[in-house]
Design a protein around this ligand. Sequence first.
Ligand SMILES: Cc1ncc(COP(=O)(O)O)c(C=O)c1O
Length: 316
Amino acid sequence: MAISRPSNYVWIDGDFVPWEAATVHVTTLGWSTMGAVFEGISAYWNPEQEQLYGLQFSEHYARFLNSMKLMRLQSKFTIGDLVQASIDLLRANELREDTRVRPLAYQADGTWFGTLLESATSIVISTAPFISSLGKGRKLRACVSSWDRIADNQMSPRVKCISNYQNSRMALIEATMRGYDQPIILNQQGKVTEGPASCLFIVRNGVAITPSLTSGILESITRQSILQFCRDVLGIPTQEREIDRTELYIADEVFFCGTGAEVVSVVSVDDYVVGSGEIGPVTATIEAYYHDIVRGREERYDHWRIPIYSRVGEMR
Ligand SMILES: Cc1ncc(COP(=O)(O)O)c(C=O)c1O
């Protein structure tokens, strides 16, 4: 099956390689990616300003290097190198639409099981357009998964190692086969963690509550941003604490958040209707504010965005 070509170039270890030439040998499939780590980063197009905004690149590459460290992958590149590579790649691909930037680090010589510590590490960054759900009134039906979340002392969910996503994948398969949109995964203590590729908030009595960072979740950049702007701008009280399963069923609102998930409302969990069954007011406020930030319509968080194209009269 031919792989569709979402962009002209892929960045590989410092070089811009034409899409068709960005291949690896078949013998490196499998083991080379067992310890591989990745990021999901977004850039949003603002049509009025004719500008593409890269979102929180430094934060994502800081986590990327932490993921590499935990998996004992060496990086020849700094956060700054990888941020610049992503900017240059978006420009080289001339993207003027909402776009994902997808870095991946893997053990390029891995052909069989072992520590792979002697293997060279390659970093690849690719880009692909995506369609944002922000402002579209998307509502999800969720269920609690029968699969437990992986624990920190097994395969740490704190970082984005590809192998962790087998746990997410099993939960997502089960949920969709049962007719739900997304699973909510509990840890081995029965407390709420997150979705397969997103963090989770519940709202009770006006307070936005999210599981703590030690409950078995990814150190999500969107979760952190929401906590920050709820406190600093929106005046929405927040809590980071353990969440019981049954709190999902009696919450006023539930929503997922993440770079890919954006901010999306959950209107039922295990067929318990959440609140009124519609997008709640706190979720709607957070979603609208997040949308303004990512599209460059809110100046307060300018430092979270990088304008990819030079503005008129500006040298870059
Ligand atoms: C398992 C998991 N949790 C949470 C998130 C949200 O993290 P972030 O907000 O950094 O995108 C993601 C991915 O994006 C994820 O894969």
